[in-house]
Ligand binder design. Structure first.
Ligand code: NAP
Ligand code: SF4
Length: 677
């Protein structure tokens, strides 16, 4: 069956009156860092054009502020700035004239990265170092005029529409919520007054652009704030915005400062679509839903259930620009699925690096990282089928090289096989499925359960040899480390060794946290069960109290086990975890009463337990099991044996450098190397 027949809702056009969307797949807005980078518009043109060719119906750019005070990052308020946007709109329309592209107008309000930031009442966000100025009547009028001008310029630059963001803790939403709007004039007080500014923005923008132009208004379907918006307020705003001219309502979930994960991999797929579905019933215009919709079958079921008219996928389009075409052609098993790790997208954005994707390092680097057909076809041996070896093999084979991929194990995936077993990280199965399929598609000769020796590679039958043999866990030099109480993280994650009731974990890096999650977990994985997820994070989807969370206590299921997680450093545990998700892991473990200790000195291991010194005081932790998660060392013996033998040998991934290795670095390094061979 063709993909278009399998996904009839996804591939049905949507008539917006003055124009038609060719399908229901939207590439949602993501700030990539290219907006303000030198040469960023050329790179964005290539980035968006590739997604347009990939079959998506509509694209929304990253956010551009309507004025200085609204951004601190990119803005659109001058003719010179507008001229640059033509690069984007013409590239997209040239790639496919049927694809619509809209620009997001993002006034960040108190979250703008500038000391000139503004807000309704000068309430500072806990996420910002800047105290916003309080808007007076005149400056409110200025903001409205700037929105109008920005939308008009976007239209003149060739966009098919704009998206106004009225959620997430940015300016418009701070008018709506009582804790950030303390005004007593016509812009504050009653809900009608608090709604006035966002509604006025919508009205003015519509007036500025005329009727034949898409205007999407993004609203918080659930803002996840204690004392946030009530359901009635959400509906009232959506209806009002519709009345004054919105073409489409898009739902957003959470404010940035809310303490509930809404897009991390621990969130079930399409968890929030039902909220959009309820809102959709109240409106006469189409709705967009979003969050953790990463595969065509998920998109189709959301649309088929009547939960939305359009499905937004932002990160999935970073991961695979061809997602929609692959779905249409029945090649969904070839989709490089977004695993919602946030490691290369949001975490890069939060740390000032250009956004890209862990599973697709070409994302946002389309102009510099290209996979051209190889000028000379080579015969290549790759040893190790972990993320680095797999990425290298796929890119090299895709370019036309003849690749043989070896692994001593009986399955591909290497460390990915550990990650997928951690509750909340089940999406890693998809990455392994993708690579398995790519091995077939590109005719890679896969040889599993094969222990490769230097002699096999020395024989001259390979033009290039790539060593991706990975790592082995580090065994710390602690007296008694060979005691039967001690087990390695690999055996624990694979379920090969029993874990007692009282557990100490040595090492609190990414793997220490993963292992703590695994051994403290009880019951279903929240990522696979929306009720468990809702209970664990205190969300009431059914009754929708203010913000969806007000007064709802998280109820955490925990294993009947005492767990202590430790590190030698004196810093707070989990500091090295990703910015966007580290807090969720810390909070989960705290709620499960996992004890986290830093500044630990390991003195030895005996039948009594783990002897440590903490704050200068020697003590014995009476535990049954000690799990070692103390990092890794490189496995590079094969490389060292081959060096100097005349073979052209390369090292990638953990074999190259074990310290703080993750799949992001492994895939990026290997893909770049394979692009140049
Ligand atoms: P890691 O992040 O390097 O952490 C190793 C831990 O072991 C540290 O807590 C370190 O803390 C401790 N350690 C190091 N040498 C030790 C020694 N000789 N004796 C005792 N303790 C020692 O390594 P990992 O946790 O194995 O993770 C490997 C990679 O996978 C990392 O890059 C990690 O980011 C990535 N990963 C990421 C995630 C994620 O959530 N994003 C999840 C899993 C893995 P002290 O030196 O202070 O004791
Ligand atoms: Fe998805 Fe991770 Fe790629 Fe971000 S980095 S797009 S979350 S797979």
């Amino acid at each position: 069956m063709s993909g278009t027949a399998r996904y009839p809702n996804l591939f049905s056009p949507l008539d917006l009156g003055h124009t038609t969307l060719k399908n229901r797949a939207l590439m949602g807005s993501m700030h990539t860092g290219l907006e303000e980078a030198e040469g960023g518009f050329e790179r964005m043109a290539a980035f968006f054009a590739e997604r347009a060719r990939g079959g998506v119906g509509m694209i929304i750019t990253g956010g551009f502020a309507p004025n200085l005070e609204g951004g601190g990052l990119a803005k659109l308020s001058t003719a010179d700035e507008a001229a640059q946007h033509v690069l984007i709109t013409s590239a997209v329309h040239q790639a496919d004239p049927d694809v619509k592209i809209c620009m997001q107008i993002l006034h960040m309000g108190p979250l703008a990265w500038t000391d000139q930031c503004v807000s309704p009442s000068g309430v500072r966000s806990r996420l910002s170092p800047f105290a916003p100025g309080e808007l007076d009547e005149e400056s409110i009028e200025k903001q409205l005029r700037d929105f109008e001008a920005c939308a008009r310029m976007a239209k003149d630059a060739g966009y098919d529409g704009v998206e106004i963001i009225g959620s997430a803790g940015y300016l418009l939403s701070t008018f709506l919520v009582q804790k950030t709007n303390l005004r007593t004039d016509r812009w504050g007080g009653s809900y009608e007054n608090r709604m006035r500014f966002p509604v006025e923005v919508m009205r003015r923008v519509r007036e500025a652009v005329g009727k034949d132009f898409i205007v999407i208004f993004r609203i918080a379907g659930m803002d996840m704030l204690q004392g946030g918006m009530s359901w009635d307020e959400v509906v009232t705003l959506a209806k009002k915005v519709e009345e004054v001219g919105a073409s489409i309502i898009s739902t957003h979930f959470t404010w940035h400062e809310a303490a509930v994960p809404t897009i991390a991999t621990m969130v079930p797929r399409a968890a929030f679509a039902g909220v959009t579905g309820r809102l959709r019933k109240e409106l006469g215009i189409p709705t967009i839903t979003s969050n953790r919709i990463n595969m065509p079958d998920v998109a189709e079921s959301v649309l088929a259930a009547g939960d939305a008219d359009i499905v937004s996928m932002a990160r999935p389009m970073l991961a695979d620009p061809e997602l929609v075409n692959k779905a249409a052609e029945g090649r969904e098993d070839e989709i490089n699925t977004c695993i919602a790790c946030n490691q290369a997208c949001l975490d890069h954005g939060f740390t000032g690096q250009t956004v890209t994707c862990l599973v697709n390092p070409r994302a946002c680097f389309e102009t510099e990282l290209t996979y051209e057909p190889a000028a000379t076809v080579k015969t290549i041996a790759v040893v190790g089928a972990g993320p680095a070896g797999l990425a290298y093999s796929v890119v090299a084979a895709q370019r036309g090289h003849r690749v043989t991929l070896y692994d001593a194990a009986d399955e591909i995936g290497g460390q990915l096989n550990l990650a997928k077993r951690i509750p909340g990280k089940e999406e890693y199965y998809e990455t392994i499925r993708y690579f398995r399929r790519m091995i077939d598609v590109h005719g890679i000769d896969l040889k599993l359960e094969t222990k490769v020796t230097a002699d096999m590679l020395r024989s001259g039958s390979y033009d290039e040899v790539v060593i991706a043999t990975g790592i082995e866990p580090r065994l710390p030099d602690i007296e008694g480390i060979d005691h039967p109480k001690v087990v390695g993280y690999v055996e624990v994650i694979k379920g090969e060794k029993p874990v007692g009731k009282k557990v100490a974990i040595i090492g609190a890096g990414g793997i220490g946290f993963d292992v703590a999650e695994l051994v403290s977990h009880e019951g279903k994985s929240g990522a696979l069960d929306i009720d468990t997820f809702a209970r664990e994070w205190g969300i009431d989807f059914e009754h929708h109290p203010r913000g969806g969370v007000t007064g709802v206590e998280p109820v955490v299921a925990k294993a009947d086990r005492e767990v202590i997680l430790m590190q030698r450093k004196s810093t707070r545990l989990g500091r090295g975890l990703g910015k966007s998700t580290g807090w969720t892991h810390r909070l989960t473990l705290q709620r499960r009463e996992v004890t986290m200790i830093s500044g630990v000195e390991y003195l030895g291991i005996t039948d009594e337990g783990l002897h440590v010194r903490i704050d200068g005081e020697a003590q014995v932790l009476d535990v049954d099991t000690i799990i070692v998660c103390a990092g890794q060392t490189s496995l590079r013996a094969l490389h060292d044996e081959l060096e100097g033998s005349g073979a052209s040998v390369h090292l990638v991934g953990g074999a190259f450098e074990a310290a703080e290795l993750d799949a992001k670095r492994a895939i990026d390094q290997a893909s770049r190397l394979a692009a140049s061979v």
